[in-house]
Write a protein that binds this ligand. Structure first.
Ligand SMILES: Nc1nc2c(ncn2[C@@H]2O[C@H](COP(=O)(O)OP(=O)(O)OP(=O)(O)O)[C@@H](O)[C@H]2O)c(=O)[nH]1
Ligand SMILES: [Mg+2]
Length: 195
């Protein structure tokens, strides 16, 4: 499935604002500045759709996008950003946790990890938590364009080992050159059970 017909729906700051759970949805999680919003833009082929920034903490609230009247994509605020106040971090954390635990139509959480970095405890925590809660997830290693072939391979293997991820179940991605885009489209359509 091509993610072509896309529109911004709303930004959710409390659970009561969530849209009716009528469509399957996929959420995008990861550390601040890892490239969640860029990945969504690349996926839908619309550079400016989701706001992207070199400064971490750009995305606030749960941003809903509707695709082909078939699916919701949900861009989540990043975690692990020290400059956002503790109270605000806790607030987001609690909103995101309650959302992930309770959303009946959530079919997959895409866990986005920077391919250049070593396995980080916060990503490990998120993955363990998703496993414990039986929430399906898909690891995506992004910013692959920033590494050469050999380093790409080595870093991906180190992340697989650090997070106990089966290499057949994760995707190498680049928002910059489109690497992994078709694989991601196929995987997401399959999670959401749409053609
Ligand atoms: N080279 C390269 N840069 C990328 C890629 N993905 C994201 N970036 C850059 O990384 C920075 C952060 O990207 P965002 O998409 O805003 O990251 P985010 O995870 O949404 O950040 P928050 O909303 O702050 O949590 C921007 O400067 C992007 O241009 C990629 O695949 N390759
Ligand atoms: Mg963002």
């Amino acid at each position: 499935m091509k993610f072509v017909d896309i529109k911004f729906l709303l930004s959710v700051h409390k659970l009561a604002q969530l849209p009716e759970p009528t469509l399957p949805e996929i959420a995008f999680a990861g550390r601040s500045n890892v490239g969640k919003s860029s990945l969504i833009n690349a996926l839908v082929g619309r550079k400016g759709l989701v706001k992207v920034s070199g400064r971490p903490g750009k995305t606030q609230g749960l941003n809903y996008f509707e695709i082909n009247n078939q699916l919701y994509l949900v861009d989540l605020p990043g975690y692990g950003f020290a400059r956002v106040s503790k109270g605000m971090q806790d607030g987001w954390q609690s909103l995101i946790t309650r959302y992930l635990e309770s959303r009946s139509t959530l079919t997959c959480v895409v866990v986005i990890i920077d391919l250049r970095h070593e396995a980080k405890p916060q990503d490990r925590q998120l993955i363990s938590w998703l496993q414990q809660n039986d929430i399906p997830y898909l690891p995506v290693y992004t910013k692959a364009d920033k590494l050469s072939g050999n380093a790409r391979f080595k870093n991906a293997a180190a992340l697989d080992a650090g997070h106990t991820i089966d290499p057949r179940e994760r995707i190498l991605f680049s928002a910059k050159n489109g690497l992994g885009k078709e694989e991601l489209e196929r995987a997401l359509a399959s999670f959401a059970k749409i053609g």
